[in-house]
Design a protein around this ligand. Sequence first.
Ligand code: KIV
Length: 264
Amino acid sequence: MRTSLQDLRRRYRDGERLPMITAYDYTSAQLVERAGVPIILVGDSLGMVMQGNDSTLPVTVTDMVYHTRAVVRGSKTPLVVTDLPFGAYAIADDAVRNATRLMAEAGCQSVKLEGGRAVAPIVRRLVELGIPVMGHLGFTPQSVHQIGMRVQGKQVAAAKALIEDALALQEAGAWGIVLELIPAPLAAEVTRRLDIPTIGIGAGPDCSGEVQVWHDVLGLYEDFVPRHTKRFRTLGDEIVAGLGEYAEQVRSREFPTAANSAGM
Ligand code: KIV
């Protein structure tokens, strides 16, 4: 059975921290399941880490449906949250149509969208229609050209505004809020003020849970380790070594052998 929002609320009330990780395909979803992570985010970060774009902006709803379907097929127990991509929820009718598509066609159990008071009416509308919504505040990657790629909420006025945004999302019915790249004391204060979980990324140790991007925590990139992440493995090096060995054995005729072949 899939983790439900009710399960998550219970765990949150019991003080259990909530791990969340991105996944974008069938195989990685299976691995998340085996690791016992209770929440998968099919993030629009896929525009960068799967498609090679330099932002999340080119990602379409059709892309999100495609990746969510694969993740849902690959997992049985985690709650699957899918990002509504850039431009997919600016107008309430679009938000309803696109979120419905992600839930009904692709099979996620919640959508996530970026923004605070400005999107609260849209959050409310979706929730009224039975669509669970997660908010996303702080550095919101879909606004990168507006706000720049930097820590948000450092000034008092910005911090106050972020708290107001968080309260508005809670009031509108969001079940949880991602806090990305904000000072740790601000994340702690937002977490203290809310009755719903905060899931941090680059927001310090005091959120109700943490979300990270698959490629970052598994070390799939050669060089770049952003400060807000941690490499738990360096699988990029492992994969390169494995592929190198494979290619070498093909060249040297060490692989395949009779043991890998069928007879007549
Ligand atoms: O798209 C994504 O992966 C995200 C996380 C960084 C929170 O929104």
